[in-house]
Design a protein around this ligand. Structure first.
Ligand SMILES: [Zn+2]
Ligand SMILES: [Zn+2]
Length: 58
C-alpha cells in the first residue's frame, strides 16, 4: 500500500517538475488560450517570431 502511494507521488512530482521546467511563459499563455503578455514576447509576435529569450532553442 505505502510503496504504491510513494511511487505515485514520485511520478507525479517528476511530471510536475518536468512540465514546469519545459513550459515557457508563451506555452502557458497558449495553454490558457491567450497570447503571452510579456513585452519581449509581444514584440517578437508582432515581428512574426517567437521570443527567443523566453523560448530558447534546445
Ligand atoms: Zn512569453
Ligand atoms: Zn519573451
Amino acid at each position: 500500500m505505502n510503496i504504491t502511494k510513494l511511487i505515485l507521488a514520485g511520478v507525479f512530482a517528476l511530471v510536475a517538475t518536468t512540465n514546469t521546467y519545459a513550459e515557457s511563459c508563451c506555452d502557458k499563455a497558449k495553454a490558457a488560450g491567450k497570447a503571452c503578455e510579456h513585452p519581449c514576447c509581444v514584440k517578437a509576435v508582432a515581428d512574426g517570431k517567437v521570443c527567443e529569450k523566453c523560448n530558447p532553442k534546445k
